[in-house]
Design a binder for this molecule. Sequence first.
Ligand code: FAD
Ligand code: NAI
Length: 467
Amino acid sequence: EVAMYDYDVIFIGAGPGGYVGAIRTAQLGLKTACVEARETLGGTCLNVGCIPSKALLHGSEKFAEAANGTLARYGVKLGKVELDLAALQADKADAVKGLTGGIEFLFKKNKVDWLKGYGSFKDAHTVTVAGKDYTAKNVVIATGSSVTPLPGVEVDNDKGVIVDSTGALALSKVPEHLVVIGGGVIGLEMGSVWKRLGAKVTVVEFLDQLLPGMDGDVRKEAAKIFKKQGMELKLGTKVTSATVKGKKATLTVEPAKGGAAETIEADCVLVAIGRRPHTQGLGLDKIGLELNARGQIETDHDFRTKVDGVWAIGDCIPGPMLAHKAEDEGIAVAENIAGLTGIVNHAVIPGVVYTLPEFAGVGLTEEQAREQGEIKVGKFPMMANSRAKTNHEPDGFVKVIADAKTDKVLGVWAIATVAGTMIAEAAVAMEFGATSEDIAYTCHAHPTHSEAVKEAAMAVTGKPIHI
Ligand code: FAD
Ligand code: NAI
């Protein structure tokens, strides 16, 4: 059968969806290729997303700790602290190089062929790359997403005045005033980076609160925390136009509901109003595959599209645009193609904003849970957690939402310095169908931030110890 085709499977796109899926099909004994147009593997995540942003978040946190004098409390006395931005950018580049190179090594090790170039369908079993046709029994579309443009605010990353996330990761000098359009994940993470490195940061958000999609309490607290950190927040505000003169931009903004316009001057503007599926140039028309109203490729539970032999995963299909969601879908689609049973539980996908503190959640928000039925909510402040208190990390809380009758955990939300790590236990608990009592009676090591998860679970039935 294999002889009929060049490959058992071709993945188009080598992001966390495609590269993970390709390694898995190869591990399962299928002859696999992965098409990638970029110079390096790893997709948005490794090249211009998760990894470089986390490198800058980590580095800028170190700089801020040194520069703003907080280390003195621990007896660390520093002289004049200076920023070497080029060194920080080099550290970021190093992280990206190491990890993208690592995927190339894994491809070789697992015998996945990297087909270099832009892939497009000739028919459902033929993909053309750099003028050459490759056939496969199965083709998986894992082409990811790209930045949603804002009409009237044109991005030019080379010029560096109006940039998208890719430009904001590569600035060669700290802007005096950075205006972020969009108070979502990218805006707050990249805003935090440049704020810590010395920029004045203004966030312009269309909605009344930051971080849409997160729990209401978490969103409210986020606004308080970022304001306290010195970010200027213009909520319920829209940008109507932008003009660039030399190295300066002037934005016109007005209340989202209408009203008097004002102008804001900036030397850097970051457009971060969301991402959209990337399917341009794929030739979907050649295989008769249509996109939904949001430009996504629809699949069934097994990640099959409507076209026989064609599958899709990651940012280009519905669901949260997150690397770990794409990875899990990569593994699941690979197992389904190999005749096993690959499943992704879309109800339990954690989301994390890697600012300081981190904002994290899994499952339903309190608002969503209330709509579904009667609930009980337990909340515990980080201020009352011994480790957070000792470390001078008072911001945040953990909130556990459980079904009033069955006590089954429906959602967990956390704001804490290490909320992204803490949320993993909530995801495991929910995956096992845990009750709040299960979490409350699980022994948690002391002193850890994670004890706040246990105490929030205890608070569901009204019995935390430390508050
Ligand atoms: P992608 O990673 O977008 O990969 C798709 C790949 O396909 C690309 O490399 C592209 O070049 C290639 N491609 C597309 N079309 C073709 C074609 N026709 N032929 C050949 N190649 C093609 N998520 C998190 O979970 N945690 C984070 O901390 C996080 N931080 C982020 C920070 C930023 C600044 C950004 C922009 C995103 C971040 N994300 C984060 C989101 C994450 O990057 C995406 O969810 C993830 O990369 C999606 O994986 P994917 O495999 O679906 O697509
Ligand atoms: P986002 O959807 O998180 O936030 C966009 C924000 O822009 C929203 O708050 C929205 O209300 C606002 N907005 C939309 N149009 C606007 C307008 N015209 N004017 C002002 N505000 C407007 O999208 P973002 O931050 O661009 O990130 C894209 C995706 O990348 C995210 O959905 C996320 O999945 C992924 N990502 C994930 C990260 C993580 O997991 N830590 C980090 C960075 C990105």
